[in-house]
Design a protein around this ligand. Structure first.
Ligand SMILES: [Zn+2]
Length: 297
């Protein structure tokens, strides 16, 4: 039924357009079918893809045809023609070692799976830059929506490589922009080797950048709890425990709560129990304070 209705509608529209055209001197515009938007194409691809493959995720952009825009290790220029440089020209090893790593949700760009000229698959899940942020020089990782735990590992190993010292082939470009100073850099090689996104299923946990103010983690796996504080103590050979102040991240309007887990708890003297109770009290007060802080905020 729906099919017939839409045919009629199309016919009606066409009639109307042609009628309108009779009174005009200019020829009617050709009736080309409207090209689907990139978003519509991603959605259609995801709908038809094998469940569990990256192709089934409509957030991910996939470029099937080999891309000429990629560069290989050892290149002298970035795909946009910028000179490749090494941040060690601008910073000492100690400065780079001391730079905090800040994870943010990317405000532009999309997770992209693409192929190089040889047909190999690659995956780009974000960007890394060295920049000033709130007056402090940081290494910033901007993650795209849909990034997973392996992407995170890849970014962390890229930072590790940077911290190991000067590389034989420079892999960074200087960012020239209004907001950037002369010591602002971006890593050019941000793609990792990947598998065929249409046939290979991925069970890698998705990650997201935490926006919970009191949480001490910057990035979580989906359904990970926020953590405010952790206390671990081993008070005797056979008595140890961990007390965490946590909050569920996958449910709305949650409060901080205390999570107690015991290791070996078989043998406690009254003094050990007193320490345990004292720790419990201490952590529950901190938990109550955290919740009170959020009520008044
Ligand atoms: Zn968190």
């Amino acid at each position: 039924m729906t099919g017939i209705a839409s045919v009629e509608q199309t016919t009606d529209n066409r009639t109307l357009l042609l009628q309108g055209a009779e009174n005009e001197t200019a020829p009617p515009p050709p009736l080309l079918p409207k090209k689907p938007s990139a978003k519509q194409r991603r959605k259609a691809r995801a709908k038809n893809a094998i469940k569990g493959t990256p192709a089934a995720d409509p957030r991910i952009k996939i470029t099937d045809s080999p891309s000429l825009g990629c560069v290989y290790l050892g290149a002298e220029k970035s795909p946009h023609g910028a000179e490749l440089v090494d941040p060690h020209d601008a910073f000492s090893d100690e400065e780079i070692e001391g730079m905090p790593v800040v994870y943010v949700a990317a405000t532009y760009g999309r997770l992209h799976i693409w192929r190089d000229r040889k047909g190999s698959w690659f995956r780009t899940a974000g960007r890394i830059s060295i920049r000033l942020r709130d007056g402090e020089r940081v290494i910033q990782v901007a993650l795209f929506d849909g990034a997973d735990e392996h992407d995170l590992l890849w970014f962390n190993s890229a930072i590790e490589l940077l911290r190991r010292g000067r590389r034989k082939n420079p892999e960074w470009v200087r960012i020239a922009s209004d907001w950037a100073d002369e010591r602002t850099f971006a890593l050019v090689f941000t793609s990792r080797s990947y598998v065929d996104p249409y046939t290979t299923k991925s069970d890698a946990a998705k990650v997201f950048v935490c926006t919970e103010k009191q949480c001490r983690e910057q990035v979580h796996e989906v359904e990970d709890s926020h953590t405010l504080d952790t206390l671990t103590r081993s008070v005797g050979k056979n008595f140890d425990y961990e007390i965490d102040i946590v909050k569920y991240s996958h449910l709305p309007n949650q409060k901080w709560h205390v999570d107690v887990s015991g290791g070996e708890m078989a043998e406690a003297t009254p003094e050990m129990i007193a320490t345990f109770v004292n720790d419990l009290n201490w952590m529950s007060i901190e938990c109550a304070n955290a919740n009170a802080k959020e009520c008044t905020a």
